[in-house]
Design a protein around this ligand. Sequence first.
Ligand code: MF3
Ligand code: CO
Ligand code: CO
Length: 282
Amino acid sequence: MPRYEMLSRREIPGMRASCQLAAQTLQMIAEHIRPGITTNEIDRLVDTFIRDHGAYPSPLNYRGFPKSVCTSINEVVCHGIPEDRALLDGDIINVDVTCTLPSEHGYFGDTSATFYVGEPDPMAIHVTEVARQALEIGIAQVQPGNTVGDIGFAIQQFVESKGCSVVRDFTGHGIGRTFHTEPSIPHFGRPGHGPRLKRGMIFTIEPMVNLGAWQCDVLDDDWTAVTRDRSLSAQFEHTMMVTRSGVDVLTRRDALLPHSEDLPFAKLGPLSVPAAFATPEA
Ligand code: MF3
Ligand code: CO
Ligand code: CO
């Protein structure tokens, strides 16, 4: 008996289509990131784009979540709820897109990125670029025979070597016909520990990196997770599949993300960014 939800070979194209729509949604919203836009406006743009493509914005009504996308600003770690707050120059914001294609009973694609609003300060650049590289380093561990602990260990080692911390309260997750399923993919761990990666497994890696300590609090809305010390937090996420020889990043984009990957200080790696922009030495 397979321990994890596995998609059959003929289901992979549907899963890939959903992941690519999530990736395109992120690409679409990137163009709109600027001081003055509200997170509710981001929510409407994402909701409309996803529905116009025959899909459903998975966060909406998921366990009571009230909006169609998560928008997490500055000290918000994840699950920020769109509101009428306008983005300010110097903010960082993670936009986390999940869609279900076909609508309602289809496959889930899940991807997120952190964007710079206007002119970033050095601390915002540091935490965001460490998170970007943490995802890349995690993906590099994905191949048959490695373990879930190898992914978390590589991420944790890197993040802590840069003076930042890795959130423990939220993890990557198996995904497919279900939004969140086994295996759980912690962004910390020990080499060789945890489930062994097998061809066909599909999951997300989505490290949340804090500038200060790793502890989080959840606000009274029961969703918004913030850093306990209110330090900045950044996150990037891809959905991927283990292949015979390595990894297939299903939410990979085909262009650089404006206000994030296109900036001169962005630290791009070969696995997490569009193939055409991958630099071998990164
Ligand atoms: N997209 C998030 C993840 O990466 C989950 C959001 S659940 C929601 O797993 F309800 F907040 F939308
Ligand atoms: Co996810
Ligand atoms: Co997500």
